[in-house]
Design a binder for this molecule. Sequence first.
Ligand code: FPP
Length: 247
Amino acid sequence: MPKQLDSSNIPKHIAIIMDGNGRWARAKGQDRLYGHLSGVDSVRETLKVAAEFGVKYLTLYAFSAENWGRPQQEIDGLMELLVSSIHGELASMHENGVRLTTIGEVNKLPVACVDSLNEAISGTANNTNINLVLALNYSSREEILSATRTIVEQVQSNSLGIEEITVDSFEKALYTKGIPDPELVIRTSGEHRISNFLLWQLAYAELHFTPVFWPEFRREHLVEAIYDYQRRERRFGKTSEQVIFEK
Ligand code: FPP
């Protein structure tokens, strides 16, 4: 553990908007896919370091529902990269106790992606060191609408009363059911937006923005983000005095 970090205050769940692959690659005179390919190295290192620090959930925004609007060649390249990365990393995920799960409309991805994801999800289901949650074909607004449909169906079938529509029952209908909310969200590449990512779950998250492009994101940048998080006082709507007194 780096000495500037407080080992008793490591976020349990970190979510990352991995941004800047394309710009990083273009600035090097390469095509955008080279940026995504290099981004896989950042995924590997971030996962390893997060596990080492005791982070229990790492959620990565790998493909948004809006990303279908990109050039077909880039979409195809990203899907192939997903399949090859999963195959290439499966052994090391096992060695490091990584359990893979997904959020999003994953069944609408190409069949090769669905198959390799399912294989990796069932193959790593008993690992307990860290949960890697890939957001794929993910839209937070769609997630909230889908949860709303589930809740309405439950009410219509009389399995849920209207007064039983609570934060807890609603969360059980989200893709992230059973996953604690992220305490820290990181966005790379200097953009300051949430971009339809975990809108419900980020209600109290600390936001960390870094100008570093995702392919250059390394251990020191994760340390910096956690350090930034640890210097903040999380009040959850209360006063500073209350928070200090409760400690
Ligand atoms: C954002 O950069 C990145 C993506 C949309 C894809 C992220 C995918 C990976 C890092 C590789 C595959 C992931 C896994 C988990 C195996 P951008 O293309 O929007 O960059 P730009 O804003 O510079 O154009």
